[in-house]
Design a protein around this ligand. Structure first.
Ligand code: GUN
Ligand code: FE
Length: 448
């Protein structure tokens, strides 16, 4: 198959590759095998040959192709409370709202209904890969995997491990370390033996909720599972000053150091939030080549902090973008991408107009632009997960979205006399919405 289209991707940080009327060759198993550009010597010959064979699909003018978005942090069960209870402190929000909602996923029918809606909505918004926290429930977590497989979304899913009776409610926790570990192992086995998952479209993730919610026995056992299965790992790390201080009090060490101690800080680990990492923590995360899921909206509401994204990227750390549904009130990766720019501007400049201009910020130089925001929403997520996704290059999966800049109900307006090249991507990042997402492909298959 060959797709003729214009579009954009970020082959590396700081560089947008403008794909001007190119041909994407896509193999039967959904991998990009070639990208032919106008300037290529054999472009015309290839185009004519493909045309004759009737192999070319052409995107309409005004529609641009981008890599599908990689949402690096989603709590699938929290979708019913998206946009609710945002004015509560994190600890209250967890115990009063979130744990009771997640406990409802004991009810499989409810779980299926909520998870189906979520996966549909994320696909409609252009999220082609999601890294999901599920709940502690085996049945409901399997149902989420089945729904992703059925609808075709690339997903990484973890059954949550949380068994610390001091921090987790009686009706919503693993009954023991053994139960937490067995549930984790069962889910890994389920996905590995799943008849519809031969290509590994849905991958299991070892998921200690965060250090406060787990006993040492569980953290040790999960580390052992990771050593044996080589799975991805996800957890919350140094999200708020409360969460950061918790590990210091329990161990005299930071949660980053303790995750490393338990064997949970690997090349395939994603740390959600990570706002309060120390400089040494940053060095350790970088040394292990683990990644951070930057959740700009959620951090504003619950962590009261801004992750120093620019510093992390400059340092060469792996960083992707997460919605943190429902800590963040938007399921849209575009909305979160522009929020990443916004919060970086506030970190850079400071926000208190009563302070003299030169004293408003201790963080000047923290500002990112739309290129970095787009990079973390696509390329950065692929690197974080160590998967061939997030770029439109040979060897990568054809996971992509089409943005129709002329969609009636959309929110972009392009002006032919002003907007060309990269400036079009800039407008997409700042102004596009779900109504502009006209098509979605995953693994070469067009889903919508
Ligand atoms: N820390 C532990 N659990 C959670 C959660 O569900 N959301 C957020 N934002 N932080 C957490
Ligand atoms: Fe979270």
């Amino acid at each position: 198959k060959t797709l003729s289209a214009s579009g954009f991707h970020a082959p590396e940080r700081g560089r947008i590759d403008v794909l001007d009327d190119v041909l994407f060759d896509i193999s039967d198993d959904g991998i990009i095998t070639a990208v032919h550009r106008h300037g290529d010597p054999n472009y015309r010959t290839i185009r004519e040959a493909r045309d004759l064979a009737g192999q070319i699909v052409t995107l309409p003018k005004g529609t641009y192709i981008l890599p599908g978005f990689v949402d690096l942090h989603v709590h699938a069960p929290q979708y019913p409370q998206l946009g609710a209870a945002l004015d509560q402190p994190l600890e209250t929000w967890l115990t009063q709202y979130t744990f009771p909602l997640e406990a409802r996923y004991q009810d499989l029918a409810f779980a299926k209904r909520a998870y189906s809606l979520l996966v549909e909505d994320l696909l409609a918004g252009g999220t082609t890969t999601a890294l999901y926290f599920a709940t502690i429930h085996q049945e409901a977590t399997r149902a989420l995997a089945d729904i992703c497989l059925e609808k075709g979304q690339r997903a990484l899913i973890g059954k949550i491990a949380m068994d610390n009776p001091d921090e987790c409610p009686e009706d919503y926790r693993d009954a023991s370390p053994e139960a937490a570990l067995e549930g984790t192992r069962d889910f890994i086995d389920y996905l590995r033996a799943h008849p519809d998952n031969a290509d590994g479209r849905v991958l299991p993730v070892v998921t200690p909720r965060f250090i406060p919610s787990c006993t040492d026995a569980t953290l040790e056992g999960l580390g052992e599972i990771v050593r044996r299965c080589g799975c991805h790992v996800q957890t919350h790390c140094s999200e708020s000053d409360w969460a950061h201080a918790y590990a210091l009090k329990r161990y005299g060490k930071t949660d980053t150091e303790m995750l490393d101690h338990f064997g949970l800080l690997t090349r395939k680990t994603v740390l959600a939030h990570a706002n309060f990492l120390t400089d040494d923590d940053m060095d350790l995360v970088k040394a292990r080549e683990a990644a951070v899921a930057h959740c700009p909206l959620s951090n504003a509401y619950f962590a009261n902090a801004v992750f120093p994204l620019k510093a992390a990227l400059d340092k060469g750390m792996h960083v992707g973008l997460g919605t943190d549904i429902s800590g963040g009130p938007s399921a849209s990766m575009l909305e979160n991408a522009r929020s990443a720019v916004l919060v970086s501007r506030m970190l850079d400049s400071g926000t208190d107009p009563k302070l003299p201009a030169g004293e408003r910020s201790a963080n000047t130089g923290s500002q990112i632009d739309f290129r970095d925001a787009f990079y973390i929403a696509t390329t950065g997520g692929g690197i974080a997960l160590d998967l061939p996704i997030g770029r439109l290059e040979p060897g990568f999966k054809f996971d992509a979205v089409a943005i129709d800049t002329r969609a009636d109900k959309g929110t972009i307006r392009l002006w032919d006399e002003f907007d060309t090249g990269e400036a079009i991507l800039q407008k997409i990042v700042y102004t596009a919405s779900r109504a502009n997402v006209s098509s979605v492909w995953i693994g070469g298959a067009k889903l919508r």
